[in-house]
Design a protein around this ligand. Structure first.
Ligand code: GCO
Length: 456
């Protein structure tokens, strides 16, 4: 028993990271367009103005997907491309772009998985207070309605938010991502609530308009790994910590703050005790609207946030792999390579939320280049994926319902505050000429798909 026969193999991207065409055909500005012009905020002053130019080159990109043999393609919609001010007027040219993309995917036999929001928030709505505004859930619901009415006849797989932990945590708490704010915790609690309510309302709109919809969302999940998997006490503590709320660290990063309300309609007790008074008035009545049965539990996993072990005193303890020294293997991003986190994340999330697991992002940042033979040899990525996917396969063997795996990313792209400094793609992009070169890992991934994950 390995991956189930109808396991879905895909690759993922996000609008601002690949599209370019930042002001093409009536698109409005997003908070990332603003961030990219803010001196010192993005490495090397890079912007997403052109990026991989997918907006103009999508036919070539779909042809590459076909060559790789992708079964599904996860991409996001740029909200201000569709609604330039985030609400009100609709930009038909923007909708048409996505409609053409969906058609060409379907003609090619690739299933579209659409993310409604992957961080390029309409700038006009930010000026109206963004996620602080109590109207923000309604804005997202209205945007969802415009989209599902246009694409819902052909798109069945929907993802509401991508990593709310990050766009609230990095965007509004740490300030490193757009819109670059640093709010106090009382504001963050309010924004978390509005973001959750937007998710719930959006889910209902999708159900209303899309026959046979499959709905989920993509939370960030670093999860954990353990030194000795047979030590049940350590494993139990690691799981309990994952789903608890503590005041340490970045408030919005904590998985249970997001997933417990979405799946159970309840905030973690510690969160309520500490921040209940900061939630918007009448929040209790929103909880039923926030909870919605999701068809899959989607998350993005790159590395373990914690490594658990038993210390010399016999107590359960953890270290953050971020601080591992002594030449511990790392990606170009300096993220520790901790493949077992994929196993433990899948196990822990499946146990708690009981929904089929969809890994919506997993991949490696490299410093890849095209070699003298004209090919891009990225053996490090093949090795990385072999290790991570072996752990996912082990989770499937142990009874976790693993429904889908999406490799991040299809193309090299704009890596947010890091600009073009990291290459995550299965396909190399030369940012001068925009030439695409599938990397060795793309050919390897083809074999993974063909063999349903039995070739390694
Ligand atoms: C995220 C985003 C992606 C990133 C990727 C690599 O997880 O931060 O969803 O847009 O590019 O994860 O950092």
């Amino acid at each position: 028993m390995s991956f189930k026969p109808d396991m879905v193999w895909g690759a993922a991207t996000a609008s601002y990271q690949i599209e370019g065409g930042w002001d093409a055909d009536g698109k409005g500005p997003s908070v990332w367009d603003r961030m990219a012009r803010w001196p010192g905020k993005v490495k090397f002053g890079d912007t997403g103005n052109v990026s991989s130019d997918h907006y103009h080159r999508y036919p070539e990109d779909v042809a590459i997907m076909k060559e790789i043999g992708l079964q599904a393609y996860r991409f996001s919609l740029s909200w201000p491309r569709i609604m330039p001010e985030g609400k009100g007027a609709v930009n038909q040219a923007g909708l048409d772009f996505y409609s053409r993309l969906v058609d060409s995917l379907l003609e090619t036999g690739i299933t579209p998985w659409v993310t409604l929001f992957h961080w390029d928030y309409p700038l006009h709505l930010f000026y109206e207070g963004g996620w602080m505004n109590s109207a923000s859930p309604q804005w997202f619901e209205d945007y969802t309605e415009v989209v599902v009415k246009a694409l819902g006849d052909r798109v069945k797989h929907w993802i509401t938010h991508n990593e709310p932990q990050m766009f609230i945590g990095l965007g509004h708490e740490v300030g490193e991502h757009a819109p670059g704010m640093k709010h106090p915790r009382s504001d963050l609690a309010r924004m978390i609530h509005h973001t959750l309510l937007a998710h719930g309302k959006s889910c209902r709109k999708i159900r209303e308009h899309v026959d046979g919809a499959q709905i989920g969302w993509a939370t960030a999940n670093g999860a954990f790994q353990v030194a000795d998997p047979s030590d049940e006490g350590v494993v139990a503590q690691a799981k309990a910590d994952l789903f608890d709320y503590t005041e340490t660290g970045v408030m919005a990063f904590q998985p249970a703050v997001w997933n417990d309300p979405a799946f159970f309609g309840k905030y973690p007790e510690n969160f309520l005790r500490l921040h209940g008074q900061s939630l918007p008035k009448g929040w209790e009545e929103d909880m039923a609207a926030i909870q919605h049965p999701l068809d899959f539990s989607g998350f993005n996993t790159y590395n373990a946030a914690r490594h658990y072990f038993r210390n010399e005193q016999g107590e359960v303890a953890f270290e953050e792999p971020w601080h591992f020294g002594n030449g511990f293997p790392r990606t170009h991003f300096q993220w520790a390579i901790t493949p077992e986190c994929l196993y433990w994340t899948a196990v822990a999330f499946y146990e708690r939320y009981q929904a089929p697991i969809a890994i919506l992002e997993n991949g490696l940042s490299g410093a890849d280049w095209v070699h003298t033979d004209g090919k891009c040899h990225d053996y490090h990525r093949i090795d990385f994926l072999t290790r991570y996917l072996s752990n996912l396969r082990r989770a499937a063997k142990d009874g976790v319902d693993v429904a889908a795996y999406f490799q991040w990313s299809l193309l090299d792209n704009f890596e947010w505050a890091e600009g073009y400094n990291h290459r995550f793609g299965l396909v190399h992009v030369d940012y001068e000429t925009l030439k695409r070169t599938p990397k060795d890992s793309a050919y390897w991934y083809s074999e993974v798909i063909k063999s349903n994950g039995t070739n390694f």
